[in-house]
Design a protein around this ligand. Structure first.
Ligand code: PHE
Length: 476
């Protein structure tokens, strides 16, 4: 097979690429999930573990994924095929590209429904629905909203149409234009909200909650949650960053770009946490509400506060922008594959993929109402099954294999061209990528797959890994 060099599009500058990657990374994961898992797992100690995971797992895998995309110069499937060929490795590595194509699409199907819910809440807030709302009516509003499949479908369709509209216009004409106003807007709103949070009188309380570690509250389970979340929040293991990396100029430093992405993603998650907990504490509400924190606790909180209408609406606008800048990145692995390997036009490919994702998304819509008791994977309903399949299985697996490929299989000179690290920095990176990151991921993966037999499964995986490493060493 000849080497295909297929990426014809490119980002117009380093800054816009970083903004787009941050846009992909910052999403519901940061503003909805991060605060509630912090709340459920006791605050500071959890945050500390999370930060460690971002450094030890997130950063090396993000850097690897970007490097594989740019090194392969094509969509994730073709990029892996190119790199495997150039490194004289097994062609099965191409499957890793398919994993990206597939999981990005699966995530889009359900992410769009939740993003739709966020749009609905923004609309509610603007209409003044939250003003003076009490606990019972907040619960009722949420229950009613998700109980009606038509309502959910409406918002889901809106998000999908927006996504299709942006993605179809291409990297420069669609993604960049949207990102260029969304990311500065998002930051501005967040800063205004931080200012507002500091006027509630509960800012410090919120700060201590996030940053005072009480290790007695930390459980083994929480450590695993933190590790899993590090993947989702950085959009790694899916092929999205690989696809974005392929559009990147060779002279841009991937190390610097990765550091920016990780830093911004973490900063935004922490700031969102500060805002949310200030508002929650100011109203004597519970931080550990779980997934309902965003949709049930916050409307009550904003509804009780002075200027709550304005700041509540701004807050939900922030959520919407963060979610939409993520949905527009999820199709890219599959779309670039259809464009480059199957000769589809961007417009046709986008409508095709968007249509499929919309249709499958209806399963998630129904899982909140009519299909509430229909189980797919184990006891999980449709939405939980897809979330489990991607976040707990495909994503850590994808990340693990990308790391392994980068660390052991990719030709050393290709790797060096992409990351251009020297001396102790290179050694530290390789050491982490070869030993620390994979072992950490294997433990999470084993736990996700077999919670009661984690140790056995993790040891088995480790054995397979060491055998592979030994073989690679022998062959060299
Ligand atoms: N990182 C995004 C978030 O935190 C989710 C995402 C996953 C985006 C995969 C793109 C690809 O919400």
């Amino acid at each position: 097979m000849s080497l295909l060099k297929l990426s014809t599009q490119s980002w117009s500058s380093q800054t816009v690429f970083i903004m787009a990657a941050v846009g992909s990374a910052v999403g519901l994961g940061n503003i909805w999930k991060f605060p509630y898992i912090v709340g459920e797992n006791g605050g500071g100690a959890f945050v500390l573990v999370y930060l460690a995971c971002i450094l030890v797992i997130g950063l090396p895998i993000l850097l690897s994924e970007l490097a594989l995309g740019r090194g392969g110069q094509a969509n994730p499937v073709q990029a892996m095929a190119n790199l495997a060929q150039e490194s004289k490795a097994n062609r099965l590595w191409t499957l890793l590209g398919f994993n990206g194509v597939f999981s990005g699409m699966v995530i889009l199907t359900f992410y769009s429904v939740i993003a739709g819910l966020a749009v609905a809440y923004f609309y509610n807030s603007v209409r003044g629905v939250f003003i003076e709302m009490d606990v019972a009516s907040a619960q009722a509003l949420f229950t009613q909203t998700i109980a009606d499949p038509w309502v959910l479908m409406f918002w889901h369709s809106l998000v999908m149409l927006f996504t299709i509209g942006v993605v179809a216009r291409g990297i420069r004409g669609g993604l960049e234009k949207t990102i260029n106003f969304m990311m500065p807007g998002l930051l501005l709103i967040l800063l205004v909200l931080v200012g507002y949070a500091s006027s509630t009188g509960y800012f410090m309380e919120s700060f201590y909650f996030l940053f005072t570690p009480d290790f007695s509250k930390l459980t083994w389970q929480a450590v695993l949650i933190a590790m899993g979340h590090a993947f989702f929040t950085l959009s790694i293991g899916f092929g999205t960053m690989m696809a974005y990396g392929a559009y990147l100029d060779q002279n841009i430093s991937l190390v610097r770009a990765s550091l920016w992405i990780v830093m911004m993603d973490t900063l935004i998650a922490l700031l969102a946490g500060l805002v949310i907990f200030s508002v929650v504490f100011a109203n004597q509400l519970e931080p550990g509400m779980g997934p309902g924190l965003l949709f049930q606790t916050l409307p009550i909180a904003f509804g009780q506060m002075e200027a709550g209408w304005l700041f509540g609406s701004l807050f939900f606008l922030l959520v919407v922008m963060a979610a939409l800048s993520s949905t527009i990145s999820m199709m890219e692995p599959a779309l670039s594959w259809l464009e480059q390997n199957w000769g589809m036009t961007r417009l046709g490919g986008t409508w095709f993929l968007g249509g499929i994702a919309w249709l499958i998304g209806l399963g998630t819509v129904l899982s909140f109402n009519l299909w509430q008791d229909v189980h797919f994977l184990g006891e999980r309903h449709f939405f939980d099954s897809l979330d489990f399949l991607t976040s707990s299985i495909l994503l850590p697996l994808g990340g693990l294999l990308m790391g392994v490929f980068m660390a052991w299989t990719l030709r050393a000179d290709l790797r060096q061209t992409q990351i251009s690290l020297q001396g102790w920095q290179l050694n530290l990176f390789m050491l982490t990528l070869r030993y620390v990151t994979p072992i950490a991921i294997m433990i999470v993966f084993a736990h996700n797959l077999a919670p009661t037999h984690t140790l056995w499964l993790a040891s088995g995986l480790l054995l397979v890994y060491l055998t592979y490493v030994y073989q690679v060493g022998q062959a060299k």
